[in-house]
Design a protein around this ligand. Structure first.
Ligand SMILES: [Cu+2]
Length: 133
């Protein structure tokens, strides 16, 4: 009888620690999700913005710093849709991006509140970069 009780206790403790483990791993997963990497970075005083062009532009909206020289890097990864035909009207920029690669586009320092809009040449897909502070 004592052995049975002991086994019952072991099973109970075992399943409880299993639940605790599941809760903990669930917590870790959600904290990893909130730690989303930004597509904006500063390298040697230059602002680097990365946007992926494939079936549209990702991310659609970027918050960037104003008054900093900026390089926008458009990345393509097997992009055969029209998001590779890109236009940024205010920069008078039009290009057909390679199906796979990184295309740098220089953006001079922008004043606070400026929003630069880019789109595919057919106007189906678009993205914005908002310059703040
Ligand atoms: Cu398009």
């Amino acid at each position: 009888m004592k052995k049975l009780i002991l086994i019952a206790i072991l099973i109970t403790v075992g399943s409880m620690s299993g639940i605790v483990y599941l809760l903990r791993s669930g917590g870790q997963g959600s904290s990893a999700e909130t730690n989303v990497q930004s597509n904006v970075s500063i390298k040697n005083g230059k602002q680097i913005i990365e946007i992926v062009a494939k079936g549209g532009y990702t991310p659609r909206n970027t918050i960037a710093k104003a008054n900093v020289p900026t390089t926008l890097i458009i990345k393509t990864k097997g992009t055969y849709d029209c998001s590779s035909a890109i236009s940024i009207p205010v920069l008078k920029y039009n290009a057909n991006l390679p199906p796979t690669g990184s295309t740098p586009i220089e953006i001079p320092p922008q004043s606070k509140g400026t929003i630069i809009k880019g789109l595919c040449t057919m106007g189906m897909y678009n993205f914005t970069i908002s310059f703040t502070e």
